[in-house]
Design a binder for this molecule. Structure first.
Ligand SMILES: *Cc1c(COP(=O)(O)O)cnc(C)c1O
Length: 355
């Protein structure tokens, strides 16, 4: 794979320093584009960020044959070096998502080379503040114009980059979740485990209703019984019950988060009993009543680790017990950010410097 560069003078983050970065308000100057045609991936090109040529009947926008990823490049606190966090895991997950959607696979090494190259070109866009990062959004979508529901013969692989602030401001004590009892995100045999575009638009309507009722996010429940916790919005969810931390197991309806995987590794290293298993709302309500529900938190690239204070389930408020000492969520967040910004040791070899 060749990566061509057709660059224009980069303005860099300095040019937008007074803007509210938020999460996707601002984009960098360049993007990477690579096309699949004639049964092969072509060269990749990094060029000025601009609208794409999309077929009006592109199978990707009509039928949702489209998958994406999300990862961040962090600036070193002490050395300015750009660091990626476990891009090999994003590469592997993208391959799995492609397989599920009948999209030609993008070899992991080529994915990582493309990511590294765009980060290197756009390094002036990586924010300096702790917790801020350059968010990378790789996307593969079907771009053949046709009407039949069948795999496309043409695809575009595009990587765009956005300097982002922390997803939730650290001043919020914790999120309030609504356990969604009517709508569901994913069912067995569906696409819940793939990061595919079609999984997200159906969450807008329930999210709008939850937001109107004053909730920050939805806690998705299983599709069969609406009895088991699955995910918190676009985050995996963890519950600290007594001396154990539990998270819903990857049963096929849950997105296998890289933050989730990293959180489990950290907790195990710290000697904290951690289990992947089904977690019922009944169990959570009981634990809340007995004072054993010590913490709830979400984990994902955008938010890193986000504490949750309560879940509304039917008529019941499931709240966490007040904490005196440092929470696990805080410790996890600090450790992950410390590794990501190169402040502390990385014994797991998670970080990949971009030189
Ligand atoms: C991306 C995503 C996550 C988090 O995955 P990370 O790899 O940790 O960023 C969790 N749930 C859903 C539905 C997602 O789309």
């Amino acid at each position: 794979m060749r990566i061509n560069r057709v660059l224009e003078k980069s303005s860099g983050l300095q040019s937008v320093i007074d803007q509210d970065l938020g999460f996707g308000n601002v984009f960098s100057d360049h993007m990477l584009v690579r096309e699949w045609a004639d049964n092969a991936w072509g060269d990749a090109t990094i060029r000025r960020r601009a609208a794409l040529e999309v077929e009006p009947t592109a199978l990707g926008i009509q039928y949702g044959q489209s998958v994406f990823e999300g990862l961040k490049a962090y600036r070193g606190t002490h050395d300015e070096v750009a660091r990626l966090f476990r891009p090999d895991r994003n590469a592997a997950r993208l391959e799995a998502s492609c397989l599920r959607l009948c999209i030609p696979r993008l070899p992991a090494k080529e994915f990582i080379d493309c990511i590294t190259e765009i980060v290197s070109v756009e390094s002036s866009w990586i924010p300096r503040y702790r917790g801020h990062a350059l968010y990378l959004r790789p996307l593969v979508f079907a771009n053949e114009g046709h009407l039949a529901v069948r795999p496309s013969s043409r695809y575009l692989f595009v990587i765009t980059a956005a300097p982002v602030a922390p997803y939730f401001s650290s001043s919020t004590p914790g999120l309030r979740l609504k356990a969604e009892g009517r709508f569901t995100r994913a069912a067995m045999g569906g696409t819940g485990a793939a990061k595919t575009s079609g999984n997200y638009a159906p969450t807008l309507q329930p999210m709008a209703a939850a937001s109107q009722d004053g909730f920050d996010q939805i806690l998705w429940l299983d599709a069969q019984e609406h009895a088991f916790a699955e995910e918190a919005g676009q985050m995996n969810v963890f519950f600290r019950i007594g001396d154990e931390v539990v998270t819903p197991e990857l049963s096929g309806t849950i997105l296998p988060g890289i933050t989730r995987e990293s959180v489990i590794t950290l907790l195990e290293t710290w000697g904290i009993k951690t289990r992947s298993r089904r977690v019922s709302m009944r169990e959570l309500a009981d634990a809340s009543r007995s004072g054993e529900l010590l913490e709830i938190f979400g984990a994902g690239t955008a938010a890193v680790v986000a504490p949750v204070t309560s879940i509304r389930h039917l008529d019941e408020e499931i709240s966490v017990a007040p904490q005196a000492e440092e929470s696990l969520a805080e410790r996890l967040r600090e450790t992950l950010l410390g590794i990501q910004h190169g402040e502390i040791d990385d014994p797991y070899d998670w970080v990949v410097p971009v030189l």
